[in-house]
Ligand binder design. Sequence first.
Ligand code: HEC
Length: 150
Amino acid sequence: MAEGLTKSAARNIFFGGSLFFFLLFAALTAHSHWYMVTESTDSEGLTESVKHGKEVWEENSCINCHSLIGEGAYFAPELGNVWHRYGGRENPEAARAGLKGWIQAQPLGVPGRRQMPNFDLSEEELDALVDFFRWTDSINTQDWPPTRAG
Ligand code: HEC
């Protein structure tokens, strides 16, 4: 009997190990997909307006300065939870008015403070954006980002 590892044993470990981890990877990928679709996403709340809001968000490249659930640029505040921070869960009307007013009032022109440009958005685009923020706030992010300010 040969001492140590034979060639065929090494080959079996290599192929067996590769297969095992490939199957594990496939199972975890499937689980992540299942979790996103059924658990963490509020698919019933995905209205046309929310989708339109996401388009407005993309067309104006808001992500170039902001982050959404931690992803994006870190020049400006996290917006995935902005609906919550503006009190939308308690008082949706006031949060909507506050968010729209804020976006319309930019740039504030306060010296020494980071500025946000004015995007000249229509009422309909602003409402869609707010619906998009409201929807993002409903995603179960498992408390990510860890602080309210992102
Ligand atoms: C050039 C960078 C830049 C871009 C692009 C930008 N913002 Fe901002 N935004 C800022 C900055 C900076 C602030 C914080 C300003 C301050 O506190 O005075 C801000 C603040 C905000 C706030 C208030 C956040 C809070 O926590 O009070 C909202 C809402 C917002 N932006 C929405 C948007 C939307 C929607 C877009 C795209 C249409 C957008 N921003 C694009 C720079 C940007």
